[in-house]
Design a protein around this ligand. Structure first.
Ligand SMILES: [Zn+2]
Length: 342
C-alpha cells in the first residue's frame, strides 16, 4: 500500500499536557510517527512524499481567521511579557454569545477549545504537512488507487472549522473528504479512534453528502466529554447523517467489532462512492490512554470488514500513543485491509 509521509511532523513537539491539574509532557510525541513509519517500512509498504496543493484544500474546511491564527499565534505569543514557549489558552468564551477578540491571548481562547493543543513555533508547518499527506492520499485515490494511507501527525479529528483541541489543529480527515468530493457525490467517514471524532462531526453536521460515523469510548466519562453521544445525529439537511456508537470504557474486541458491523450497515444504506477512515490506534489494549481494549487481531478484523465495502478508501492516521504494540497494530490493520481486497 502507498503510505504518504512527511518528516516535517517533527517540527511540532508539544510539551504541555494538563491532566487532573498536573502538567505533563504531551502524549502526542514525534516518536509516534517515526515508530509507525518504521513498522510500515518493515512490512514492505511504499513510502511517498506529499505534494503541495497550496492552501486551497485547508481553506475548503477551515475559516480564514482560524488559518491566520494558526500561522501567527506562536510569533505573537512570544512577544508577550514572560510568555511560555507554547500557546496555551487560559481563558475561553464559553457558551454565551461573545465578540471575536483582537489580542493573541483572547484569540488563543477563541480558537483552542482546550489546553491539549499547545502551539509552538513549528506547529503550523507540521500541521500543514499533515494536511498535505491527507490531500495527497485523496488525490492518489482519485487517480485510481484502491486505498492509500496518510501517516498524518499531528492528528486532526478533534479540530473544528475554527477550533483546535485534543492534539489536533487541521482536520486531516475532513480535508481528505473535501478533496474526494471533487469527484464523489457521497462520502462516508468511519472514525475508529478511541475518542469521538467531534471536529469531523462538527464540520459535516449540517450536510447530507458526507455521512459521519464514530466508534469510541463513552464520552460521559472520557474525552471529549461534550460530544460523541448517541443522540447527536446532525441538524438541518444533515439530520440523520451522523451516527455515534459509544462503547463502555474498557470494551474488548467483541463489542468494538459489533459496533463496526452497525457502522458498515449504515454505510451500505447510505451508498457512498468513497470512504475515509479516521484511523486512530488508541483503542488498543496497550495504549497508555486506556479507553478500550482492542487487540491486534481486532484491528485486523475491523480492517477486513471495512475493506469488504469495496470502496476507494483514504486511511488517515489519527490517535494512537506510545506503546510497544503501536507499530504492530498499524501493520495488522493495513494487512487486514489488503488481504480482504485481494
Ligand atoms: Zn484518540
Amino acid at each position: 500500500m502507498k503510505i504518504v509521509y512527511s518528516e516535517h511532523h517533527a517540527q511540532h513537539d508539544p510539551q504541555t499536557f494538563l491532566v487532573r491539574g498536573v502538567i505533563q509532557r504531551s502524549a502526542e510525541q514525534p516518536e509516534r510517527a517515526t515508530r509507525l513509519l518504521a513498522a510500515a517500512k518493515a512490512a514492505g509498504h511504499e513510502i511517498v512524499a506529499p505534494q503541495s496543493l497550496g492552501l486551497a484544500p485547508v481553506q475548503a474546511v477551515h475559516t480564514p481567521e482560524y488559518i491566520d491564527f494558526l500561522q501567527v499565534a506562536a510569533r505573537e505569543w512570544a512577544k508577550l511579557p514572560g510568555a511560555g514557549a507554547e500557546v496555551v489558552p487560559n481563558v475561553h468564551p464559553a457558551r454565551y454569545p461573545a465578540t471575536y477578540p483582537t489580542g493573541i491571548v483572547g484569540r488563543a481562547g477563541w480558537h483552542q477549545f482546550d489546553t491539549g493543543c499547545p502551539i509552538g513555533p513549528g506547529t503550523w508547518s507540521a500541521a500543514l504537512a499533515a494536511a498535505r499527506c491527507a490531500t495527497t492520499a485523496a488525490d492518489l485515490v482519485l487517480s485510481g488507487a484502491r486505498e492509500v494511507y496518510a501517516l498524518c501527525r499531528p492528528p486532526g479529528h478533534h479540530a473544528y472549522a475554527d477550533m483546535a483541541g485534543g492534539f489536533c489543529f487541521l482536520n486531516n480527515t475532513a480535508i481528505a473528504v473535501q478533496q474526494l468530493r471533487q469527484r464523489h457525490e457521497r462520502i462516508a467517514v468511519l472514525d475508529v479512534d478511541v475518542h469521538h471524532g467531534n471536529g469531523t462531526q462538527g464540520i459535516f453536521w449540517e450536510r447530507d453528502d458526507v455521512l459521519t460515523i464514530s466508534i469510541h469510548a463513552d464520552p460521559s466519562f472520557y474525552y471529549p466529554y461534550f460530544w460523541g453521544h448517541a443522540h447527536e445525529t446532525g441538524t438541518g439537511k444533515g439530520h440523520g447523517f451522523n451516527l455515534n456508537l459509544p462503547l463502555p470504557l474498557g470494551s474488548p474486541d467483541g463489542p468494538w467489532l459489533g459496533a463496526g458491523d452497525k457502522a458498515l450497515a449504515r454505510i451500505r444504506d447510505f451508498a457512498p462512492s468513497a470512504l475515509a477512515v479516521a484511523l486512530g490506534l488508541d483503542a488498543s489494549e496497550h495504549d497508555p490512554l486506556q479507553g478500550l481494549k482492542v487487540t491486534g487481531v481486532g484491528f485486523r478484523a475491523m480492517a477486513g470488514k471495512i475493506a469488504s465495502l469495496g470502496l476507494p478508501t483514504v486511511l488517515v492516521q489519527e490517535g494512537g500513543y506510545l506503546s510497544d504494540e503501536l507499530g504492530h497494530n498499524l501493520v495488522q490493520f493495513l494487512a487486514g485491509f489488503e488481504s480482504a481486497r485481494n
